[in-house]
Design a protein around this ligand. Structure first.
Ligand code: THG
Length: 388
C-alpha cells in the first residue's frame, strides 16, 4: 500500500452510534488512552494504546495485560435439543465433551466453507455457549434450528469476555480469585465468585502466552456504587500494578507467530477447514451428521489444494497493511497472498500468514513477496506456528 493511502485510512475516524456497541469496559479503555478501535460482531474492539505494537509484544511475553474482548460474543444454545443443534453445526465430535470444557470448533456451510471458528463452552448437558469470531452465527443457528424443528432457545446473553493474558496472569488472578485459578487447565473453565456474582473463568485466549478469559456476566449490577464490570476491571487493574499490568489487545505479532488466524481476514467461507489446518478438529472417524459433511468428504477424496502457511521475508520492517500482499513464485505467478503481516522483533524479519498452493507449501520453499511499494522481497515458507 502506498504511504498516502496508508495515512488516509489511518486518519479516518469511526462515527460512533448505537450500532457500534460499547462494552462494560469501554469507559476504562478510553481512560487508559486507547488509540484505535475496530468493530467485531458489531462491538468495539480496542486495537492499540499508548505503546507501539513492538513494546506491547515484549510486554505481553514478559508481564500481564488486560484486554477488552467483549466482541467475542456468546451465542447461547439451550434446551432439550441443544447438543443436537451444536453437533449439527460442526464436524468436531461433541458426544464425549464434558461440562467445564472449551473446544475450538470449525463451523461450516453446506459447501464445507468456513463460516466461523469459535470456542465452544459446555455449561451443562443442555446448555452451550459458542464464543464467536466475526460472523453472525446467531442468525445461522436460528435458521438451522427453525428449519430442522429443533427444540432449543438461541440468544445472545449479556456476557462480555475480559482477557488476562501473559505469563504473570496466573499469579495476578490468584491474588483476586484465590488458589483455585491454578487448577484451571488449558481450555477448561471453572466458576468462581466475584462479589456475589458467578464468573466463568477459562484458561484460554487469543495469544500464545499463558492466559485466562473471564466471561463477565452481571453488567447490570453495582458494587459500592460502581458498575460491576468497572469494579471487575478496577480490581484486576489494582492487583495487577505489582505485576506491571498494562491495557492491551490481541497483538498482531504474537498472533502471527503463533499461527492464530483471524476469520474474515486470513480465511473466509471460500476456504475449507483443511486449508486452515483445522484437520484435527474435523474427525473423519466420527459418523455424526453435520452441515457440510458431503462437501467435506468430496474435498478429502479430491485432495487439498492449498494450505495456510507462514512466510518469513526480508527487507525493511513492513507496516501492518490493510491490503493483502501477493506471494509469487520465481516466474511471478501468484501462489498466495499474505493477509496478516508484520515485522517480528524476535525473528528479526517480516512474518506473515498466507494460504499457499500445494506445489509451494513445503517448509523451506523460496518465494517472493510483493510489498506493493515497487519492491519484491525474498521469502521462505514455514510451518505454523513459526519456529521458536
Ligand atoms: N477466545 C474466545 N472466543 C474467541 C476467541 C478467543 N472467539 C473468536 C476467536 N478467538 C476464535 N478463534 C480462535 C482461534 C484459536 C484459538 C482460540 C480461538 C486457540 N487455539 C489453540 C491453539 O491454536 O493453540 C488450540 C486450542 C485447542 O487445541 O483446542 O486458542 O480467543 N473465548
Amino acid at each position: 500500500m502506498s504511504s498516502s493511502v496508508e495515512n488516509i485510512s489511518k486518519s479516518i475516524k469511526l462515527n460512533m452510534s448505537k450500532r457500534i456497541r460499547r462494552t462494560p469496559f469501554t469507559n476504562r479503555v478510553e481512560e487508559l488512552g486507547v488509540s484505535d478501535f475496530t468493530v467485531v460482531n458489531h462491538m468495539l474492539l480496542p486495537k492499540g494504546f499508548k505503546n507501539t505494537i513492538y513494546e506491547d509484544y515484549w510486554h505481553l511475553a514478559e508481564h500481564v495485560q488486560l484486554w477488552d474482548v467483549s466482541c467475542q460474543r456468546q451465542v447461547q444454545i439451550s434446551g432439550p435439543d441443544a447438543l443436537k443443534l451444536v453437533q449439527k453445526l460442526t464436524p468436531r465430535p461433541l458426544q464425549k465433551m464434558e461440562t467445564g470444557k472449551c473446544f475450538y470448533i470449525p463451523i461450516l456451510d453446506e459447501n464445507a466453507g468456513m463460516i466461523n471458528d469459535p470456542v465452544l463452552l459446555k455449561l451443562d448437558d443442555d446448555m452451550f455457549w459458542i464464543s464467536i469470531a466475526d460472523s453472525d452465527i446467531l442468525l445461522w443457528a436460528k435458521g438451522i434450528a427453525l428449519g430442522s424443528n429443533l427444540n432449543v432457545r438461541i440468544e445472545e446473553p449479556d456476557v462480555y469476555p475480559l482477557a488476562v493474558q501473559g505469563p504473570k496472569s496466573e499469579e495476578l488472578l490468584c491474588s483476586v480469585f484465590g488458589e483455585e485459578i491454578r487448577k484451571i487447565k488449558f481450555f477448561n473453565y471453572r466458576v468462581l465468585d466475584f462479589h456475589g456474582t458467578k464468573q466463568i473463568i477459562a484458561r484460554s485466549g487469543y495469544s500464545k502466552q499463558d492466559g485466562f478469559e473471564i466471561y463477565f456476566k452481571g453488567f447490570e449490577k453495582y458494587f459500592d456504587g460502581i458498575e460491576m464490570g468497572e469494579k471487575l476491571w478496577d480490581t484486576i487493574w489494582e492487583a495487577g500494578k505489582k505485576f506491571n499490568i498494562s491495557p492491551g489487545c490481541p497483538n498482531l505479532i504474537d498472533r502471527i507467530e503463533g499461527g492464530l488466524m483471524s476469520y474474515g481476514n486470513d480465511f473466509t467461507k471460500d476456504n475449507n477447514p483443511f486449508e486452515c489446518n483445522l484437520d484435527k478438529y474435523c474427525n473423519g472417524n466420527s459418523n455424526h451428521e453435520y452441515i457440510g459433511k458431503e462437501a467435506l468428504t468430496q474435498i478429502i477424496n479430491n485432495g487439498v489444494k492449498k494450505r495456510m502457511r507462514g512466510i518469513i521475508f526480508d527487507g525493511d520492517p513492513i507496516v501492518a497493511t490493510g491490503k493483502p500482499l501477493p506471494v509469487l513464485n520465481e516466474d511471478d505467478k501468484k501462489i498466495g497472498e499474505i493477509t496478516s503481516g508484520i515485522y517480528s522483533p524476535r525473528i528479526k524479519k517480516n512474518v506473515g500468514l498466507s494460504i499457499i498452493l500445494k506445489d509451494y507449501w513445503n517448509d523451506g520453499q523460496k518465494v517472493l513477496v510483493d510489498t506493493l511499494d515497487e519492491k519484491k522481497r525474498n521469502g521462505t515458507v514455514t510451518s505454523l506456528p513459526f519456529p521458536k
